[in-house]
Design a protein around this ligand. Structure first.
Ligand SMILES: [Mg+2]
Length: 224
């Protein structure tokens, strides 16, 4: 049974930077800042890691309370940010999900640095949330490899059995997605619809590298 775990940002959707805008709005709202120092890498990282870096970068101590305040303000700001930034579902994704979702012999899931509630808000905005049965999220982990381990654990719980790892696929737009696939022994498809050039993705050991999913049949033939 193919188990297909999709990254969200840059792979399923492009939110037009809605997550980043919402995180910065949240920093301002939660900590009364006029401006936010945002020299923090976002791509492929977990919200937990990004949030901690943002707090440190702005001289705010990283505690359970400050992290909780930031997360609450972020989730509050995210729906409006999604509406304002006018993002889009990535090319070919609707066709690919329409083909895969009804198949009883395929399990679809998420593997993302987003906190679960943030993932739900983003994918609900684009009408995709109900498509995925399982997921690993960025609520507690700063390391994406730990998110992948969570996702795999959920797959096994959901199915009530272990799946052969050569049937598990991680699909993402960053070298970190490929790395976290390797961390759990899964296979990886890297797609250059996010922030990383195709040359950078070819430099990873992804099983397949694609420019985009403009031809859905190409990805489907790899997965099935
Ligand atoms: Mg991504």
């Amino acid at each position: 049974m193919p188990v297909i775990l999709f990254d969200i940002d840059g792979t399923l959707i492009r939110s037009g930077g809605a997550g980043k805008f919402a995180m910065e709005a949240a920093m301002k709202a939660a900590f009364n800042l006029d401006s936010v120092r945002d020299n923090v890498p976002y791509s492929g990282r977990t919200d937990q890691a990004i949030g901690g870096d943002l707090l440190r970068e702005n001289g705010i101590p990283v505690t359970d309370d400050t992290m909780k305040a930031l997360r609450a303000a972020y989730l509050d700001a995210l729906p409006r940010s999604l509406h304002e930034q006018g993002g889009t579902v990535c090319l070919g994704i609707p066709e690919i999900l329409r083909e895969l979702a009804p198949r009883p012999d395929v399990l679809l899931g998420l593997i993302t640095g987003n906190v679960r509630e943030g993932a739900r808000i983003k994918l609900t905005h684009f009408g995709l949330w109900d498509t995925f049965a399982v997921g690993g999220y960025g609520d507690v982990h700063t390391d994406r490899n730990d998110v992948a381990r969570d996702a795999l654990r959920q797959v096994h719980e959901h199915l009530g059995r272990r799946v052969p790892l050569d049937e598990v696929w991680v699909i993402g737009d960053t070298p970190l997605d490929v790395q976290c696939a390797r961390a759990i022994g899964a296979r990886a498809v890297a797609v250059a619809t996010g922030w990383h050039a195709i040359e950078e993705l070819h430099a990873t050991d992804a099983d397949h590298v694609m420019t985009d999913f403009a031809n859905p049949a190409e990805l489907l033939s790899v997965l099935l």
